[in-house]
Design a protein around this ligand. Structure first.
Ligand code: ADP
Ligand code: ADP
Ligand code: ZN
Length: 207
């Protein structure tokens, strides 16, 4: 199954990806995680991307298209993929159609007023990349899954979050129409408990 997760920053795409990938035995390809790994390694792509990411802007299409093209050619993608965070522009969606057209696009919908609290409270594990929320962490200072260090992403600060939401509405939301026209769009209510969102995604994917 070739699957794309659409939805604004904080909609729960990363959170849902783990279960969905396990169920369908496909790799979770998060372009945000790939870019952050490139930054951590200090590669040329990473250095270039960091400037855009710190400002809450999109990294140029050419960089992302090349990165995803290479990743989808790896052997673990033979049974499909789950793309999380790509495509984010119509140009990227058109490029993906040429590389490997998705079967289903799931739009995880959450109203903007809920996203700010989700993003300001998000904590991520440096070791396993797991995503958590301060309201669920209680006193925990390390990752509940692996004991790794929990951090707040630089771009999860209020000023950058607002910019990312603006960018989402102007550049990424048009993809909802794009995929609706392709006939591959499924809408899921992301404004409910995580296990309910998971069930709704499975229903959208036909079990
Ligand atoms: P995305 O990958 O779409 O940016 P995440 O999966 O990182 O979103 O989730 C953003 C934040 O919201 C995280 O702190 C996560 O723990 C929390 N979260 C995810 N799903 C839900 C949900 N259904 N209800 C409430 N909070 C959620
Ligand atoms: P979120 O969890 O908030 O949806 P991501 O981790 O997917 O955020 O992305 C973080 C940042 O990485 C984005 O704000 C953007 O700068 C960059 N990025 C990730 N994917 C893409 C993409 N497909 N096109 C352009 N920039 C991207
Ligand atoms: Zn962890």
């Amino acid at each position: 199954m070739k699957l794309v997760f659409l939805g604004p920053p904080g909609a729960g795409k990363g959170t849902q990806a783990a279960g969905v990938c396990q169920r369908f035995a496909i790799p979770h390809i998060s372009t945000g995680d790939m870019l952050r790994a490139a930054i951590a390694k200090g590669t040329e792509t990473g250095l270039k991307a960091k400037v855009f990411m710190d400002q809450g802007q999109l990294v140029p299409d050419e960089v992302l298209v090349q990165m995803v093209k290479e990743r989808l050619s790896e052997s673990d993608c033979v049974n499909g993929y789950l793309l999380d965070g790509f495509p984010r522009t119509v140009k990227q969606a058109e490029a993906l159609d040429m590389i490997s057209k998705p079967d289903v696009t799931v739009d995880v919908e959450v109203p903007d007023e809920k996203l700010l609290a989700r993003l300001t409270g998000r904590r991520v594990c440096m070791a396993c990349k797991g995503t958590f929320h301060v309201t669920k962490l209680g006193d925990a200072t390390v990752c509940p899954d692996c004991g790794g260090e929990l951090i707040q992403r630089d771009d999860d600060k209020p000023a950058t979050i607002q910019k990312r939401l603006d960018v989402y509405h102007s550049q990424t939301a048009p993809l909802i129409d794009y995929y609706e026209k392709c006939g591959s769009l499924k809408k899921v209510d992301g404004d409910q408990a995580p296990d309910k969102v998971f069930e709704a995604i499975l229903v959208a994917l036909g079990g």
